[in-house]
Ligand binder design. Structure first.
Ligand SMILES: Nc1ncnc2c1ncn2[C@@H]1O[C@H](COP(=O)(O)OP(=O)(O)O)[C@@H](O)[C@H]1O
Ligand SMILES: [Mg+2]
Length: 259
């Protein structure tokens, strides 16, 4: 199952991905987290050691060839993961999109293509859950970065500009082959916030998979450079993220546990 997560900048995509990836791994899934942001920070939100992150190489664009059905990997997926994945807490493997190396070097199509190619090959691994943390720009939809995702989760904050970003990305996603497009509300502080997102989803016929409450703990965790899961394991935001992840990803079948 390949889950891509998008939304306006600051909506909570990385917070969701970092926490959901680790919770899914704890629930017995094999999880590959992909940082699809050219300003990468998923490793920090997951609690990967900063020195290990600095040493690891992001996905090289040389791994991709363009084919009629889109970009594909030129090396076996296992090899790519072995060479480029970082070990993150709870057994999650994390790979990161290439970042610009120099000013004025041009567009980042190839970096997006590398992520698309990895996601394509993860389709042949039905027992692996991929969690793709996308960047704020809707470019991932115009470039097809997440074209092989099975579901796209749009993180919405209860204010107009965030909802506008969700509306735009949902309409672009409707033109893709992504089967399920759903919305999760984040940073809800009041019933008015909850109602605003409920109404928005109803008006635009969008599936709403849950509400994530406002959390002071996640801000404290960020300030301390700790993942929320380690900083405040009982925070209600964690339960909300677990519930949303559980609605999007089928539980592990008993015979798969420990395999
Ligand atoms: N439910 C929440 N309550 C309060 N702050 C939150 C919540 N979710 C995320 N944040 C904070 O919002 C900021 C942006 O979150 P982040 O996950 O990095 O967003 P994105 O990846 O969408 O840009 C961070 O400081 C994060 O701690
Ligand atoms: Mg982010």
């Amino acid at each position: 199952m390949r889950l891509a997560v998008a939304g306006k900048g600051g909506a909570g995509k990385t917070t969701f991905c970092a926490t959901a990836a680790r919770l899914l791994a704890r629930a017995g899934h094999r999880v590959v987290a992909i940082d699809g942001d050219t300003n990468p920070n998923l490793h920090a939100a997951m609690g990967v050691d900063a020195e290990a992150a600095a040493r690891a190489q992001s996905l090289p664009t040389s791994l991709v060839s363009r084919r009629f059905d889109g970009p594909r990997l030129t090396a076996p997926l296992d090899e790519v993961l072995d060479r480029h994945a970082l070990d993150a807490p709870d057994g999650v493997r994390l790979i990161r999109m290439g970042v610009p190396q120099h000013a004025d070097e041009g567009c980042l199509c190839s970096a997006h293509a590398a992520v698309s190619a990895v996601l394509a090959d993860l389709g042949a691994e039905p027992d692996t859950v991929a969690v793709l943390d996308l960047e704020a720009s809707p470019e991932h939809l115009s470039r097809g970065t997440a074209r092989h995702a099975d579901a796209l989760l749009l993180v919405a904050e209860p204010y107009f500009r965030s909802l506008e970003a969700v509306r735009l990305q949902a309409s672009l996603a409707a033109e893709t082959a992504i089967e399920r497009v759903a919305v999760v509300a984040n940073k809800c502080r009041t019933t008015t916030d909850v109602e605003a997102i409920d109404e928005f989803c109803a008006n635009h016929r969008l599936e709403l998979v849950g509400h994530m409450p406002w959390s002071d703990a996640v801000l404290d965790a960020d300030a301390a450079s700790h993942p929320l899961l380690d900083h405040e394991p009982a925070d209600p935001l964690i339960d909300a993220i677990a519930a949303v992840a559980g609605r999007l990803v089928q539980p592990v079948k008993p015979q798969e546990v420990g395999s």
